[in-house]
Design a protein around this ligand. Structure first.
Ligand SMILES: Nc1nc2c(ncn2[C@@H]2O[C@H](COP(=O)(O)OP(=O)(O)O)[C@@H](O)[C@H]2O)c(=O)[nH]1
Ligand SMILES: [Mg+2]
Length: 363
């Protein structure tokens, strides 16, 4: 998942780190005039084996902040050095990062936002360099990425906090993975202790009712279905009635694929909304569609409203641009990533975990 972006971010980190090292090296070396008891003289930060002793070092810096007059004179910096970065120190790295993000389908306004956050975090501020410059780069990048990814949406918590049944309507264009996602989410919710019923609301496409029914049967989930060609609002209304009568926690509504600019199917969706009164309208699209997915999600939200987004086929997406861009662009959280064709191949979208994945393991 997102391997191309991961690899590029790894390279950028190295570049940033060496630029910051250079900038730090250009600053006058701190004079170690006096050390608090127990503190040791620091080794150069570039020494890989250097293991800082954060408690002692941090105490020293903390004390330095509390007694600026004394420590201004005797500048005690043990293994934690501080660096004051200027725009020129990192402008090249920022430009490269911008290119990497754009090449990997991160939307332009989102790229701008990430770069602005990085710049604000790094330029003109005293930044402490701990054991490694890379830590500084990673923490800055992490907070910039988390900033554009927002908070996410914890579905289990949402369900616990809302009146049952919670009604979730899945919608979006054809072939993106709506039906598969309904099945995966059904299993995910069952595993989290919720009871589920599925409404077979795609009465339009041949074989769609059988498709969702087969999934649901395998997972031991009840399906409410009508004949092919029936009014989907009626099917989903029945699914809600069933859930109420049987104390089911969640109704998952599958629907036919539709574009936001096709009037008849959008009218049908409006009717579904009026009749079913969904608590969450979830827009489903493919991560692999990159910027197209982001644009569609945004247009869909503007046309009919969306509460959350699911991005499928993240397993086939080396770039990750849609996953990074969609929440910030649409202003709605990503609920899940689809990561394969199996029922378990679904990942609740936790921004921190996704960012760790991007900045973590080897690409
Ligand atoms: N690799 C991969 N394939 C997926 C994922 N989600 C769905 N698919 C596949 O995408 C195809 C279309 O899925 P379907 O649920 O029928 O899409 P729908 O038309 O939107 O209902 C199927 O072959 C699915 O197995 C995913 O997360 N990863
Ligand atoms: Mg379908």
């Amino acid at each position: 998942m997102f391997d191309s972006l991961k690899k590029k971010l790894q390279n950028i980190r190295t570049k940033f780190a060496s630029n910051i090292e250079e900038a730090a090296g250009a600053e006058p070396e701190p004079q170690v005039a006096e050390l608090p008891e127990g503190a040791e003289t620091g080794e150069p930060i570039s020494t890989p084996a250097a293991q800082p002793e954060p408690s002692v070092a941090e105490e020293a810096v903390q004390e330095a902040r509390e007694k600026p007059t004394f420590f201004d004179k005797v500048k005690v910096l043990v293994r934690d050095r501080e660096v004051l970065l200027q725009e020129k120190d990192i402008e090249e790295s920022l430009f490269e990062l911008e290119m990497v993000l754009l090449e990997n389908d991160v939307a332009l306004p989102v790229t701008d936002e990430i770069i602005a956050r990085m710049r604000q975090d790094l330029v003109g501020r005293h930044r402490k360099i701990g054991a490694s410059v890379d830590d500084l780069v990673v923490s800055t990048l992490r907070s910039a990425l988390c900033g554009v990814l927002g908070e996410g949406l914890d579905l289990s918590r949402y369900i616990r906090e809302h009146e049952r049944p919670v009604k979730i309507l899945f919608t979006g264009v054809n072939g993106t993975g709506k039906t598969t996602t309904v099945a995966k989410v059904g299993q995910y919710l069952q595993k989290n202790g919720f009871s589920v019923v599925i409404g077979a609301g795609d009465t339009f496409r041949a074989g769609a009712i059988e498709q969702i029914r087969t999934h649901a049967d395998r997972l031991g989930i009840k399906t409410i279905q009508h004949q092919a060609g029936a009014d989907p609002s009626a099917v989903l209304f029945d699914a809600v009635q069933y859930a109420k009568a049987h104390d089911i926690d969640v109704v998952l509504a599958d629907t036919a694929g539709r574009f936001h600019n096709r009037a008849n199917l959008m009218n049908q969706l409006e009717k579904i909304r009026r009749v079913m009164k969904p608590d969450l309208v979830v827009y489903v699209d493919e991560a692999v569609a990159g910027n197209d997915a982001v644009i569609r999600a945004d247009e869909f939200n503007k046309a009919v409203g969306t509460d959350a987004v699911v991005l499928t086929k993240a397993d086939m997406d080396p770039k990750g641009g849609a996953a990074i861009s969609v929440a910030h662009t649409v202003g709605k959280p990503i609920l899940f990533l689809g990561t394969g064709q199996g029922y378990d191949d679904i990942m609740p979208f936790e921004p921190r975990v996704v960012v760790d994945e991007l900045l973590g393991g080897e690409a």
